[in-house]
Design a binder for this molecule. Structure first.
Ligand code: FES
Ligand SMILES: [Fe+2]
Length: 395
């Protein structure tokens, strides 16, 4: 984060301290609670995910040529493979013979992929190498039966895939102004410290909801992180479909009293970057976490890839106990508290009066995220109070 942005944020936060308030939007917004259970909406959101670059993993998990992993969370089976020249390729994990799943390995090193059904063999560049009993296929040109490629790009240490063959991918353009901001953290030098996929019985959007307002921190988390992080004083900025929300640690009190040196600003805050459509990237003061949520097998089910990234030095063995402790706090707080309460929302969603939930003026991140999701799935939200376009808040 550049120094001038740190200075501006310090000034903004000092203003909130003095006024005892936070960034507020013009008015509350009403959203349909059915967005959390409606099957048609769930299908539109699944289709939407195929149109955007989705963060599928971390570059450091594919170090050497031949390193590969498979992914299924979007609903299309995918292989991502490191090539001889160091670049990446992504393919549909679907055999070009009769469509069987080609590779069942979650991650490993493979120069070829052999289909378990009839042993058609593909090189890890996607080309079809061998058809056993080739006399059965005199009119099948191998060159026309390579694996179907998906657009893939590495940026900021992450691997992004657009799950639509033939689509273009330009992550920098997609991130817009956040691209430069993320570059300032030198994320590409971080290494993957932990990587898990969790399955939960709740809509995927709840995962992002939990990171898009600090309002609940003093109440829901009053015993866990509430004593350490403010549930107010939270700068929020939208960048096209993405956003940045800054959470303030209570150690900011002393920091500001002693002059608030911008150099140390990032130790006093947590920064939640919402990367549309389905990732939250969190700066935690000394490392990053990412939460990428996917619609699951039905509207009330989701899968979540949680990664934690640290510097190479901090990934060494003597830090293991620290990360174990850190991970436990993280999972205990988010899974037990945030997702615990979200499941109660899920359970009652069909009975919410008039199908309306309210996102307050102090829940700007939710207003923005759900507005963008609904724009992409053609759902209209209602506003409360004087109308002024939310777009006015979006740079
Ligand atoms: S389906 Fe893969 S070899 Fe037949
Ligand atoms: Fe929370």
């Amino acid at each position: 984060m550049e120094n001038c942005l740190r200075q501006n944020l310090i000034k903004e936060i000092n203003g909130y301290y003095e006024a005892d308030t936070t960034k507020l939007s013009e008015r509350e917004m009403e959203f349909p609670a059915s967005g959390y259970y409606d099957k048609g909406q769930w299908e539109r959101e699944r289709a939407m995910l195929l149109r955007f670059p989705v963060m599928v993993g971390h570059s450091s998990s594919l170090k050497k040529p031949g390193d590969m992993f498979t992914r299924d969370e979007v609903g299309i089976p995918v292989i991502v493979s490191r090539q001889e020249n160091g670049s990446l390729k992504a393919f549909q994990n679907i055999c070009r013979h009769r469509g069987a799943r080609l590779c069942n390995t979650k991650s490993g090193a493979k120069k070829t992929f052999v289909c378990p059904y009839h042993s058609w063999t593909f090189k890890n560049d996607g080309s079809l190498l061998k058809i056993p009993r080739e006399e059965g296929f005199p009119n099948t040109n191998k060159a026309d039966h390579a694996l179907v490629e998906l657009p893939v790009e590495e940026r900021h240490g992450f691997i992004w895939v657009v799950h639509t063959p033939g689509a273009t991918i330009d992550v920098a353009a997609f991130l817009g102004p956040l691209d430069e901001e993320l570059a300032s953290y030198a994320l590409k030098d971080y290494v993957l410290e932990r990587d898990v996929v969790l399955e939960e019985d709740m809509n995927w959007k709840f995962v992002l909801d939990g990171f898009l307002e600090v309002y609940h921190i003093s109440y829901l988390h009053f015993e866990s992180i509430g004593p350490y992080i403010y549930g107010k004083y939270s700068p929020f900025d939208a960048f096209a479909k993405h956003s940045r929300l800054v959470g303030i640690r209570k150690s900011f009190d002393r920091y500001r009293e002693t002059g608030g040196d911008p150099e140390n600003f990032l130790e006093k805050v947590a920064v939640n970057y919402q990367l549309f459509p389905n990732t939250i990237l969190v700066w935690q003061g000394d490392h990053f976490e990412s939460w990428t949520a996917y619609p699951g097998d039905k509207p009330e089910h989701c899968r979540v890839r949680v990664q934690s990234m640290t510097t190479a030095r901090m990934a060494e063995e003597d830090f293991t106990a620290r990360w174990d402790k850190n991970w436990k706090i993280l999972i205990d707080t988010v899974v037990a508290e945030d997702w615990g309460i979200s499941k109660t929302v899920q359970a009652g969603a069909q009975h919410v009066k008039d199908d309306k939930v309210i996102f307050g003026r102090n829940e700007l991140g939710l207003q923005h995220f759900h507005t963008e999701i609904n724009k992409e799935t053609a759902v209209k939200a209602k506003t409360r109070g004087p109308a002024r376009a939310l777009e006015a808040l979006i740079e």
